[in-house]
Design a protein. Structure first.
Length: 109
């Protein structure tokens, strides 16, 4: 999985826009971040719930890890792009998008 492939998946969700946060790309729906790329070139991040994070860690331990500190405890999940595959990223970003999107938008997908 490359950063460009991650970006393409993230932007495939309805009403998603790419912005920048702390000098690296982020993906937003309804003005709220649901995923980011970086700060390392081979990392992505998805904003999951702690339960969703634990499920993905069990299923794909080489692909996912909690972000550091309180962010990770609240569900922010690092995605090791070189270690993952398209299906796992689609699953993580779909969860993150649904967690973040306004209810009126989630009925679209």
């Amino acid at each position: 999985m490359t950063a460009d492939e991650f970006r393409e998946i993230a932007l495939s969700f309805p009403e998603t826009e790419e912005c920048s946060h702390m000098d690296h790309p982020d993906f937003r729906v309804g003005g709220k971040i649901f995923a980011t790329l970086g700060p390392k070139l081979d990392w992505g991040m998805a904003k999951l719930t702690p339960a969703q994070q634990q499920d993905l860690l069990r299923m794909e331990p080489a692909s996912f890890k909690p972000a550091a500190g309180k962010w990770g405890e609240s569900g922010a999940t690092i995605i090791a792009l070189a270690e993952t595959n398209e299906d796992a990223v689609k699953q993580a970003l779909n969860l993150a998008w649904h967690n973040t999107a306004p209810k009126k938008v989630t009925t679209i997908r």
